[in-house]
Design a protein around this ligand. Structure first.
Ligand code: 3HC
Length: 288
């Protein structure tokens, strides 16, 4: 298989990441099916595409023809069977829970054509923890986008010991077709590059807030103005989802059993209250 064989892309999950990954692929000219177990999420994703594309045209960032093409290319389909049945490349962007991902990959292995590559957009989980749920481990890899996926240029591609050279190459080529800058990791590590670096920063920021040394807002002011980051760690957590911060810390703790990997008290408090950031309109900040 080479990149020219990729015509149909299926994106699993219409949430924070999935809806924008699907749109990236549609804008690059691929036929895209986006699926989710929640009809509400699919409706929201479709509404986003229908408002985002005309906005880009009005801003002069897209031609009308490109916007129309992307909308024609993009379908929102509730049935996994229908969405993945003819896919050449599948990008899974479902919730960050190992068992859900393993079950999804087992289903995808049954549904997607045998030549299809199945990639996970997991934020932390390496694909070798998922590949053995399928009978095509050579065609499994990580393809990790950043939020907001329409804007952020980087994609991390991780080639596990089971991933073939061909799968890694097609994935790198796909990143280029999407206009992304890709880094290829040939050794698996939990959290890859960026989220490991980011979580070191977030862990310290949470420690300072948990200790009452400064508020999340003060820490964000310090980081943005001293380090030049476009967002401080708390506003960024609101963007990526405090639920994701909670799940990933739990996943990490369950593997390591190291108390320092447990989610911070502030993350637990926000998670339990359902204040998960921008997606729930309240996190460390409130949103209209
Ligand atoms: N969706 C799509 N496009 C968006 C967007 C969104 N949610 N938010 C902003 N944009 C676009 C705008 O349309 C604008 O595009 P244009 O310049 O082509 O017209 C551009 O981004 C700049 O937007 P704004 O001027 O409104 O706002 P900012 O300049 O403040 O930029 C930001 C917003 C791009 C989100 C910027 O604050 C930023 O880069 N923040 C850091 C994001 C980051 O670190 N992401 C990585 C998170 S880690 C991760 O995702 C890992 C995962 O595993 C959790």
């Amino acid at each position: 298989m080479n990149i020219e064989d990729v015509k149909n892309i299926c994106v699993i999950g219409a949430g924070n990441m999935g809806h924008q990954i699907a749109l990236c692929c549609a804008l690059a000219g691929y036929k895209v099916t986006c699926t989710d177990i929640s009809q509400e999420m699919l409706d929201k994703a479709e509404a986003f595409a229908k408002s985002y594309l005309p906005e880009r045209v009005a801003k002069g960032k897209l031609t009308q023809e490109m916007a129309d093409g992307a909308l024609t290319n993009l379908q929102f389909i509730p049935s996994l069977e229908e969405a993945a049945g003819e896919a050449d490349y599948v990008i899974e962007a479902a919730v960050e829970k190992m068992e859900i991902k393993r079950k999804l990959f087992a289903d995808l292995d049954r549904i997607a054509p045998p030549q299809a590559i199945l990639a996970t957009n997991s934020s932390y989980i390496v694909s070798s923890q998922i590949a053995d749920a399928t009978k095509r481990p050579a065609k499994i890899c990580n393809m990790h986008f950043f939020n907001p996926a329409l804007v952020m240029k980087l994609v991390e591609v991780v080639q596990g010991p089971h991933t073939s050279e061909e799968t890694a190459q097609v994935t790198m080529d796909l990143c280029a077709k999407l206009g992304k800058i890709a880094v290829l990791l040939k050794k698996e590590i939990y959290g890859f590059l960026v989220n490991r670096i980011l979580s070191a920063l977030a862990q310290e920021a949470l420690f300072l807030a948990d200790m009452g040394i400064a508020t999340p807002q003060e820490i964000d002011i310090a980081v943005t103005n001293a380090l030049g980051h476009p967002m401080g760690p708390f506003r960024l957590m609101d963007l990526t989802g405090i639920d994701l911060a909670y799940y990933s810390a739990m996943e990490r703790y369950q593997t390591s059993r190291d108390p320092k990997d447990k989610p911070s008290p502030l993350v637990v408090e926000k998670y339990v209250k359902g204040e998960w950031g921008k997606k729930t309109k309240k996190g460390y900040y409130t949103y209209d």
